[in-house]
Write a protein that binds this ligand. Structure first.
Ligand code: SF4
Length: 682
């Protein structure tokens, strides 16, 4: 039982699930987390979604890793920490000596704290001597980091979450907000109640689409045509914000030329949206007092992901819908600390604070602070790492809190790549599908068992507070990194994550004014350059971070793989309210009882024609793999499309997805591939 209220000690911390960063009180009794409730402050106030409220039982799940494991002759052996650390250090040292630091790669994690991402970055570049460090932002908002930064100078959400409630028009693109950022979606509802117009661009009739005044069910992968066409209308009808563009932007002639052929008639032909609707939405966006754009993976997980982001940014710049309250371009970050992991430099080309590793001045600054030389050449992204492993060029990987066997596009290929490595170390809280492939598994403490900070989607740095001691013999990730550095002959010693934060803040201008003493209740939004600076809610107010906002000419390219006679259905992938990513946490909570198996959503009419009834089991087959799952008949997906989430390892939908990637960001096209179904005998 939960225990009586007066026996419970509340510890305020940040939700470990999505990027909204709700503040929760973990309720602790006898060193066990027995409940959770909203902390009553922060972005969420008294609200939490089901994941924040009920998703904590994984902490004490019997399958938690509690001792280090070493694989000997295909079997796991429990070993002591000193032995595990010795083995890992020895493995990396040998490979580094024989093949050089560039034969080792690291996957950092959006699940661990800022302090830990910072240290892992230091460990990779300074101690292991490799710039091959990346993390799952590659699968989600790498196109944002690339595109939005090129156009404005910053790849982050421009406005605070609360601003959404004050918008007059919300253009929500490829975001299933009510399921993936549930508490944030409350602000959309507030805006609608105030009379705001919600426009949803999504091929699926999601709950959010049902709330919309206008739903644009575009054909998947045709977003550029829609936005270029809206821009075409806005220029044609002289609805653009002339003073804003003339004063603050550059590149308008190139943009005007690029959208000339994207007439509403052409948009209708390609996107499936009526020309008149395209005109109507263009006018509404351009003339709204405050129009806010929200987007997520529906925009980014395409081979044109970066161009998609640029197209949307063009639209906002052209109409001056940025740099003011309740406007802006708001990429909603998926994981609790994916913003922070990017900020901390868990990206192959950037040191903390997006300071380019190829720029000598930046490298020198860190090399001086860290006490050793750093490699200059930008490292590989996840996809490139996996390719290099297949070619035998990458020999070892250190994967922390990620599960690429389930999360990578074309997962069979990812598994194949990992199996080619000479040495694989996985650090996690459970023996995930990826951990099962490792030579050494290091048991990490969960977020409830350590101190630190996460940075949420609105750039707000918030505290993570230790509620209970580490479970079993697990250790906080930062302590494991320190032990490894020590064993590799470059000690990194800290008594508390606070000291790591201070070291990081001194090297990272956007975080320079933030310290634990200031992070009490509400957190602070970066950039916060000095200790007396209040933090920054709205970016680009007077000028863009890069100076002028830059228009980019982008052109439509179709998805890499579309349905054909052999594989006649389009598979779209995404998320469900009750679960999270590869399910390693939520499938070990009561949420599994609420939503126990994954279904393939099939359009009811299509199902009728294929002779499929609710619950029938089908084999779903793509050019890359096959899985078996039951079908759910629904009108949420249009004809010709099927949909499933990637939360369930026993129906690992990424065995089917396409590994073709956006050239600018290396993000795979997780939103579009071609499949066929075979009905199985029940
Ligand atoms: Fe946690 Fe996100 Fe739900 Fe808030 S909305 S409780 S941060 S999962």
């Amino acid at each position: 039982g939960q225990g009586r209220p007066w026996e419970l000690t509340p510890v305020t911390t940040t939700c470990p699930y999505c990027g909204v960063g709700c503040q929760i009180d973990l309720l602790v009794k006898d060193n066990r987390v027995v409940g959770a409730k909203a902390a009553g402050h922060g972005v969420n106030g008294r609200h939490l979604c089901v994941k924040g409220r009920y998703g904590h039982q994984f902490i004490h799940h019997p399958q938690r890793l509690t001792v280090p494991l070493v694989k000997k002759n295909g079997r796991w052996q429990e070993v002591s920490w000193p032995e595990a650390i010795r083995k890992v250090a020895e493995g990396f040292r040998q490979i580094k000596q024989q093949y050089g630091g560039r034969s080792i790669a690291v996957l950092a994690s959006a699940r661990i704290t800022n302090e830990e991402n910072y240290l892992l970055n230091k460990l990779a570049r300074l101690v292991l001597g490799t710039n091959h460090i990346d993390h799952c932002a590659r699968l989600c908002h790498a196109p944002t980091v690339a595109g939005l930064a090129a156009a404005t100078g910053s790849g982050a959400m421009t406005n605070p979450i609360k601003d959404i409630a004050g918008a007059d028009l919300i253009l929500a693109i490829g975001t299933n907000t009510t399921e993936t950022h549930p508490v944030l979606s409350l602000f959309i509802r507030q805006a609608i109640q105030r009379g705001a117009v919600l426009v949803v661009v999504d091929p699926r009739k999601t709950e959010l689409a049902k709330l919309a005044a206008i739903h644009l069910p575009v054909k998947p992968g045709t977003d550029i045509v829609l936005f270029n066409s809206m821009i075409n209308v806005i220029i044609e009808e002289n609805l653009w914000n002339k003073p804003f563009v003339e004063e603050r932007c550059e590149g308008l002639p190139e943009l005007t030329a690029a959208v000339r052929d994207y007439t509403p008639a052409y948009a209708q032909e390609v996107t499936g949206i009526a020309a008149e609707t395209v005109r109507q939405v263009a006018r509404a966006y351009a003339t709204a007092g405050r129009a806010a754009i929200l987007y997520t993976m529906g925009l980014t997980q395409h081979v044109t992901g970066t161009d998609n982001v640029l197209a949307v940014t063009n639209l906002a710049l052209l109409c001056g819908q940025i740099g003011r309250a309740s406007t802006g371009i708001n990429p909603l970050r998926g994981q609790n600390n994916v913003q922070g992991a990017c900020d901390m430099g868990a990206l192959p080309q950037y040191l903390p604070g997006y300071q380019p590793v190829w720029e000598e001045s930046c490298r020198e600054k860190f090399s001086k602070a860290w006490g050793g030389p750093l490699p200059a050449q930008p490292g590989m992204t996840v996809g490139e790492m996996l390719q290099a492993a297949c070619r035998g060029e990458l020999k070892a990987m250190y994967i922390v809190g990620e599960n690429p066997v389930i999360s990578e596009a074309d997962a069979n290929h990812a598994t194949q790549a990992l199996s080619q490595l000479d040495f694989l170390v996985v650090q996690d809280i459970f023996l995930t599908e990826t951990a099962q492939m490792a030579d050494v598994v290091l048991p990490a403490a969960s977020w409830a068992e350590k101190d630190g900070t996460f940075t949420n989607t609105e750039r707000r740095v918030q505290r993570v507070r230790q509620a209970i001691p580490p479970v079993g013999n697990s250790q906080a990730d930062w302590q494991i990194f320190c032990a490894l550095a020590e064993a590799l002959g470059r000690p990194m010693r800290y008594r508390h994550p606070r000291e790591i934060f201070d070291e990081m803040a001194a090297l990272t201008p956007a975080y320079a004014g933030i310290s634990y003493d200031r992070l009490v209740k509400e957190g602070i939004q970066w950039p916060c350059p000095t200790p007396d600076h209040p933090g920054t809610g709205i970016l680009h107010q007077e000028k863009f971070v890069r100076g002028k906002g830059k228009f980019h000419a982008v052109a439509y390219r179709p998805p890499d793989e579309l349905p054909d006679r052999q594989y006649p259905l389009l598979l779209n992938t995404g998320r469900r309210l009750f679960h999270y990513h590869t399910g390693s946490m939520t499938l070990r909570t009561g949420l599994k009882d609420v939503y126990p198996v994954e279904y393939l959503d099939v359009n009811s009419q299509d199902a009728g024609e294929m002779g499929l009834a609710q619950g029938d089991r089908v084999k779903v087959i793509s050019r890359r793999g096959e899985i078996v799952m039951p079908v759910r008949l629904t009108d949420e997906v249009p004809r010709g499309m099927v949909f499933a989430s990637f939360h369930f390892p026993d129906a690992a939908v990424n065995k089917l997805t396409n590994g073709a990637r956006c050239p600018g960001s290396h993000t795979p096209e997780l939103k579009v591939c071609a499949v066929r179904l075979e009905k199985l005998e029940q």
